[in-house]
Design a protein around this ligand. Structure first.
Ligand SMILES: Cc1ncc(COP(=O)(O)O)c(C=O)c1O
Length: 369
């Protein structure tokens, strides 16, 4: 697929021109409505997720805002899982303050809590397949079934699992969103997002609002993402096997108090995850016995792993949630989220696993046990 680096298209037939203005799969008219490179990405991801259509956006937050603002009105009520990506948590806070859209938070694997939270004005259930940084896994079939009984639309952020590990639409979701910045593009060189719909009606509503918002994707970004997707299954295999090795060895290391990864039987989501996914993802966190000073020492000492935000790329990235991704939470919020002063989050790359382990081992050397 070439990059159609153009903002608009030329027509011989006015009827074809008019047609393209009115539907997401019509003729290419204007870049904000659609573009051949962007549509190729949308078709690829809709296929991977088992949806009928997708709308690619300029970032993951673009996709999340498009879906929420496009499907909700002021006065509506939303049920969302408590453990949410920080940017999404901010959006829900804003929806409440700006538009009077109330949000009730429930645990990610408690369908009874969804049933109990439903009100006449409830419209939407919002979940994440795997949450950050404690990697809780949502009970997608149970939660979306409870939502369906009440006529809610279930939206799932599938960024951390990717369609290689989980296809939420097959498990009951109506809309799947991704930050394609992460695993789908995979090389830490592009920002993007996408919203995949299970029905034509939802797809049309989301596309219509994306155009209104001006959130649609750029062709070069779409091209880079398409290129990344070609190696997605191979990369996911390595992300997951590297993570298994690091998580297992760290769990036995004397300087480590706990490891949080749903592939370990000690993780509260292990049973749910084992039912939903063939492997358990490439992100985990661990708590150092030496608390914050140990976390700081570790982060300065790694050489191969990089101290940086984001995830899903070929490089291993580490960060300290309490001072970066979750700095908006006070001490009580951090404690409720299970994040400690000594918690380190690792987004595992595709380097050789023994190189990674050697790097972690030398960085742990001398830390309190
Ligand atoms: C789970 C999840 N959803 C959404 C986003 C937002 O994506 P973007 O940074 O592409 O806007 C992120 C970014 O880290 C994320 O981790």
């Amino acid at each position: 697929m070439p990059i159609y680096q153009t903002s608009g298209f030329v027509f011989d037939d006015p009827a074809v021109f008019a047609d393209g203005m009115g539907r997401p799969d019509g003729a290419f008219v204007y870049g904000r409505l659609s573009n051949p490179t962007v549509r190729s990405l949308e078709e690829a991801v809709a296929g991977l997720e088992g949806g009928v259509g997708a709308v690619a956006t300029g970032s993951g937050m673009g996709a999340i805002n498009t879906v929420l603002l496009g499907l909700l009105r002021s006065g509506d009520h939303v049920i969302a899982q408590t453990a949410l990506y920080g940017g999404t948590a901010t959006v829900f806070k804003d929806l409440e303050e700006r538009y009077g859209i109330a949000v009730t938070y429930v645990p990610e694997a408690d369908p009874a809590a969804v049933r109990a939270a439903v009100r006449p004005e409830t419209k939407l259930l919002y979940l994440e397949t795997i949450a950050n940084p404690m990697t809780q896994v949502a009970d997608l079939p149970g939660m979306s079934a409870a939502a369906r009984e009440a006529g809610l639309v279930t939206v799932v952020d599938n960024t951390f699992a990717s369609p290689v590990l989980c296809r939420p639409i097959e498990l009951g979701a109506d809309v799947v969103v991704h930050s394609t910045t992460k695993y789908l593009s995979g090389h830490t060189d592009v920002l993007g997002g996408i919203a995949v719909s299970a029905t034509d009606e939802l797809h049309r509503r989301i596309w219509t609002y994306a155009i209104e918002l001006g959130a649609t994707a750029d062709p070069f970004a779409a091209w880079l993402t398409l290129r990344g997707i070609q190696t997605l299954p191979l990369r996911m295999e390595r992300h997951c096997s590297n993570t298994r090795l690091l998580a297992t060895r760290l769990a036995e290391h004397p300087a480590v108090a706990a490891v949080h990864w749903p592939g370990l039987p000690s993780h509260p989501s292990y049973d749910v995850a084992a039912k939903l996914m063939p492997e358990f993802g490439g992100v985990f966190s661990f708590d150092l016995k030496g608390g914050r000073p140990a976390g700081e020492t570790f982060m300065k000492a790694v050489k191969l792993a990089l101290l940086a935000p984001s995830l899903g790329g070929v490089e291993t990235l580490i960060l300290h949630p309490a001072t970066t991704s979750h700095r908006g939470l006070d001490a009580a919020g951090l404690a409720a989220a299970g994040i400690g002063e000594g918690t380190v989050r690792v987004a595992v790359g595709i380097e050789h696993h023994e190189d990674l382990w050697a790097d972690f081992e030398q960085a742990l050397d001398g830390l309190p046990q």
